[in-house]
Design a protein around this ligand. Structure first.
Ligand SMILES: [Zn+2]
Ligand SMILES: [Zn+2]
Length: 239
């Protein structure tokens, strides 16, 4: 029985497909992935071993204060980079890298079949579709209506509890918030920072000289959305 969650997951993707990782990797779908910054040391940047250009056809915000960065940037070796690669030095050095973290994912697990309504209202009409028991859905929006949480999924809204009996239908299973709430804030949360999550999911896109030469990007995923380690307790260490 595993007692430890894998600390990191590594992937290699082609430069031109790097942006698809955030769209398609299961842990990223539906989550709010935020840019954190560069992973490259200043001295490495100063050495100018690579150049980077936005991907072909990139839609750029010309008003942005800082140049926008893309995980699928076209990165090429400079003469200095080519020379280092040929000499076999700085082999493990990260010469280009961008870091991201999860800013929250609102995942819900369906405990009992739930009909989808057109609006978050118990008296509104149903759209003729429902969430089936056992499925996991990602809420794109949430709303509190008379003390009940409604989530937006696909064609409409679903109530997390039975509107008559109050029994749980959709169980929050997404990122934990700082206040201890899951997906939504805990009842006693002061909501100082409404969207602050404690999720430790991080994604790094990095390249070494060799990877740049091969047009590849290394993706490292660490952490996970929900701290499932809190769901079990290890046996106490024997004295
Ligand atoms: Zn909170
Ligand atoms: Zn998360």
């Amino acid at each position: 029985m595993p007692t430890k969650v894998a600390s990191q997951r590594l992937f290699l993707v082609r430069e031109e497909h790097a942006a698809k990782f955030i769209e398609e990797f299961p842990d990223c779908v539906g989550s709010n992935i935020l840019s954190v910054g560069l992973t490259v040391e200043k001295a490495t940047l100063d050495a100018k071993l690579v150049t980077s250009e936005p991907p072909v056809g990139a839609i750029r915000n010309t008003q942005a204060a800082r140049p926008q960065r893309f995980v699928n940037e076209r990165v090429r070796l400079t003469e200095a980079g080519v020379a280092d690669l040929a000499r076999g030095v700085r082999k493990k050095l990260i010469v280009w890298g961008l870091r991201y973290r999860c800013g929250g994912i609102n995942t819900y697990v369906c405990e009992s079949s739930t009909a989808i309504s057109a609006t978050p209202d118990a008296t509104t009409q149903l759209v003729g579709r429902s969430i089936v028991t056992g499925t996991t859905v990602v809420a794109t929006d949430t709303m509190e209506v008379t003390g009940k949480t409604w989530i937006r999924v696909g064609p409409g809204w679903a109530c997390c509890v039975d509107t008559h009996t109050g029994a749980i239908k959709l169980r929050a299973a997404g990122c934990k918030r700082q206040c201890g709430g899951t997906c939504a804030c805990a009842v006693d949360c002061q909501k100082q920072v409404k969207k602050r999550h404690e999720c430790d999911l991080q994604i790094k896109f990095e390249r070494t000289l060799t990877l740049v030469n091969h047009g590849l990007v290394r993706v490292t995923v660490t952490g996970q959305h929900t701290d499932s380690r809190t769901a079990w307790s290890p046996l106490p260490v024997e004295n």
